[in-house]
Design a protein around this ligand. Structure first.
Ligand code: SF4
Ligand code: SF4
Length: 270
């Protein structure tokens, strides 16, 4: 009798092919990314100059983080904290800067009446150990900035940061004070990205470690062509969120599909 040989590798390959995708570009600048060390990258992103490939594995990482949030909230409630306002939306810069916080909490021990922004994350083990050693500002600056701007926009004076180690399900908690002046600087940074037509400086050369991991690397460091979109066309103009106007035809754009008059905005090629 012939022995049946099962190809288990094909299962993974099929999952990859069924679930890999190119991310849908956001119409706005996200508060979750405003702390990025490279303003130039934020401008490339806002102008839809490149696409992000999300393979099935990365998609699972994102999904795991989202699914964990319900458990986090249940645990906080079991500890007597009041959790509310999940996914409240905040905006700035005429609606072009947007963010959705994980929620708010009250009832933090020894500070029961104060309103805290709540931010919940999962991490691999090494990231979790770094968090325990250095704290959120040094270890995850993006998350720190995200909480600052949510606090500024909501009126909360503090934030509670919660991280779970995906290795052993341990929790890390930290509270931070909201620094309004710092948060305003973050909003000004977003304003530059959204309203200015001048490409910010590069944070490093082609061999700089942050650049090597950047999705805009090829267009920024190697001068390759960007993905063509009305948002990076010479003739486009910004209206109220989420509208862009084609200054060639005078019409509001219904999508960002280019026409035969497309011409890359010169400021993005500097
Ligand atoms: S390659 Fe470097 S300088 Fe260029 S956008 Fe990316 S991080 Fe910024
Ligand atoms: S000229 Fe064409 S490509 Fe440029 S903004 Fe107008 S419709 Fe888009």
């Amino acid at each position: 009798m012939n022995e049946l040989i099962v190809n288990v590798d094909a299962i993974n390959a099929r999952i990859e092919s069924a679930n890999s995708r190119v991310s849908t570009p956001r119409t706005y600048v996200g508060m979750s990314g405003i702390g990025d060390s490279c303003t130039r990258k934020l401008m490339y992103t806002f102008r839809h100059c490149f696409t992000d490939d999300i393979d099935a594995r990365l998609g699972r990482i994102f999904a795991t983080g989202h699914k964990a949030e319900d458990d986090f909230i249940a645990d906080l409630k079991s500890a007597g904290l009041d959790v509310f306002g999940e996914q409240d939306t905040f905006t700035g810069v005429h609606g072009w800067l947007r963010g959705h916080c994980d929620g708010f909490v009250k009832g933090v021990p020894q500070d029961e009446e104060t309103l805290y922004v709540l931010e919940m994350k999962t991490s691999n083990h090494s990231g979790f150990l770094a968090m325990k050693k250095k704290g959120v500002k040094e270890s995850k600056y993006l998350h720190y900035c995200q909480m600052q701007i949510y606090g500024y926009k909501s009126g909360a004076t503090k934030a509670l940061y919660m991280m779970m180690d995906k290795n052993d399900s341990s929790y890390y908690f930290e509270t931070i004070d909201i620094d309004i002046e710092f948060a305003k600087l973050l909003e000004q940074k977003a304003e530059r990205v959204i309203l200015e037509e001048e490409l910010p400086y590069k944070i490093g050369s082609a061999s700089w470690y942050e650049c090597k991991f950047c999705n805009a690397y090829k267009i920024c460091q190697l001068g390759e062509e960007m993905v063509k979109s009305c948002r990076n066309c010479e003739f486009v103009g910004l209206e109220e969120h989420p509208d862009w106007r084609c200054n060639k035809s005078g019409k509001l754009l219904e999508n960002y599909d280019i026409c035969e008059s497309y011409c890359t905005a010169e400021f993005l090629t500097k």
